[in-house]
Design a protein around this ligand. Structure first.
Ligand SMILES: [Zn+2]
Length: 462
């Protein structure tokens, strides 16, 4: 039989598909044409039917769908280790803090930080990330991301129209400079969301828009309903931070009668096209609503631990996961935590609660669940025929990087993002080879992000 010619064949892979119906092929192969997966399965089967102009030998390494981080603020990218809010050094002089720096970006800085984020993510096997509503210069962001060849989703920055409760519960997240740039104004927020959704007119674009409010009680009922309607009408998700800390939940209840899932249900916006980040502080009525309405939930276990929320409020997320809620993972503010840490932390946190996840759960939370929570599971999130070919091949030079008897165990190792990445394909195109980005120089990117950081520092602190 004549073999069909495709663009690319990945073969000799230890392929984990992310599709639970046919999860593992070893050795497995993937055939790719026009950026789309046209076949995958056991290698002999695929190779007997397809040949390709380009053949990529995975050399027995782990192959998986690109990971997706569903909550990340790139404005924090270059400020690793920086205090979150105002602090003083030993001599009583004010130290630079993330909260002021994030308000001071320029197009050049955003472009540099976006490229730096793309680099870090690709090196850890992520092919898509979700900017959670904190970028001002979204066009510079989209241009930079597209140049690097990674996917991202972006929305209006700081979508809020009522800071009366929010700035009391989260004073470290607001400052004068930020509010000047992101006015507390529903019209501004809706217009900016509409602007970002326009990107979706080109379904091939690597950067897509969605509807985002900042959340945590910083939007009125009217804005919340209008934003959710815009999302429904535009076929994108409605997303916000929700119930991060007990103080925020109390303030939202005081201002609006209810907080969290109960308030969103009252407003008629709790459903599968709504995704909520954090959900650390929940009561029983909310648990029931989440299990019946099935909104997406983004868990940032590192943020919950770092801000000591866990000691104040029972973490329900492992329970919700076991009972059918769709939970994905995000690293949130990477000023404190490295990309990739949320997978392992979700397991250890759940174990410490006596409510263990399966070792493989973080893998699915960062692939298929993540795609579902972003409203794009028809396109990405698993290696499935008909989906875009976003494929990661890991290095194989360490015995702990090989699967043997226990699929769950190796998926845990994968989810920890500790296994170095060799090759990344996005839309079937090589973005990374031998651990190096192809279209851009990683050293230049890091140097430029460092340069922009110094420029901003001078502007803010003189
Ligand atoms: Zn966040």
């Amino acid at each position: 039989m004549l073999r069909q010619i495709v663009d690319t064949l990945v073969f000799n892979g230890d392929v984990f598909t992310g599709d639970k119906a046919q999860s593992h092929h070893q050795p497995g192969a993937i055939a790719i044409k026009d950026g789309v997966i046209v076949a995958l399965g056991p290698e002999p089967e695929v190779m007997s039917m397809y040949d390709a102009r380009r053949r990529i030998d995975a050399r027995g390494g782990l192959v998986h769908p690109g990971f997706i981080d569903t909550h990340l603020h790139i404005t924090a990218m270059p400020y690793h280790g920086t205090p979150f809010s105002k602090s003083l050094d030993g001599a009583g002089k004010r130290r630079p803090d993330y909260s002021r720096m994030k308000a001071a970006t320029t197009a050049e800085a955003t472009s540099a930080y976006a490229a730096a984020a793309a680099c870090s993510l690709l090196q850890r096997g992520y092919t898509l990330f979700f900017e959670a509503g904190t970028v001002f210069e979204t066009d510079a962001f989209a241009d930079s991301i597209t140049k690097c060849g990674i996917r991202a989703m972006v929305s209006a920055p700081f979508g809020w129209d009522d800071l009366s409760g929010f700035e009391k519960s989260y004073p470290h997240l607001v400052n004068e400079m930020l509010v000047r740039r992101a006015p507390v104004d529903a019209r501004r927020v809706i217009e900016q969301c509409k602007y970002e959704i326009e990107r979706n007119k080109n379904p091939e674009a690597l950067v897509q828009g969605y509807v985002c409010l900042y959340g945590e009680g910083s939007a009125t009922d009217d804005l919340t309903q209008e934003a959710a309607k815009l999302a429904r009408d535009s076929n994108v998700i409605f997303y916000q931070h929700q119930s991060f800390h007990p103080d925020g939940v109390r303030a939202e209840k005081k201002n609006y009668g209810d907080a969290g899932a109960v308030r969103l249900e009252r407003l008629g916006v709790l459903g599968t096209s709504t995704t909520l980040a954090h959900m650390n502080v929940l009561d029983e009525a909310e648990i029931e609503l989440i299990l019946s309405r099935k909104p997406g939930i983004v868990w940032c276990p590192n943020a919950a631990l770092a801000f000591r929320v866990i000691s104040q409020s029972k973490c329900w997320l492992p329970f919700l996961h076991r009972n059918g809620a769709c939970i994905s993972l995000g690293v949130d503010t990477i000023a404190t935590d490295p990309i990739g840490i949320s997978g392992v932390l979700s397991l250890y946190l759940s174990a410490s609660l006596g409510d263990n996840l399966e070792d493989s759960d973080p893998f699915y939370m960062q692939t298929i669940n993540a795609a579902r929570n972003l409203g794009i599971s028809d396109k990405v999130g698993s290696l499935t025929v008909g989906k875009r070919a976003d494929v990661v091949i890991r290095e194989l030079r360490d015995i702990t990087h090989t699967s043997w008897l226990d699929d769950d165990g190796i998926l845990l190792a994968l989810s920890s993002s500790m296994i170095p990445v060799d090759t990344v394909l996005i839309d079937g195109k090589s973005v990374m080879e031998k651990g190096q980005l192809i279209s851009v120089d990683q050293n230049d990117i890091v140097a430029e992000a460092r340069r922009q950081r110094e420029i901003l520092l001078k502007r803010v602190y003189g």
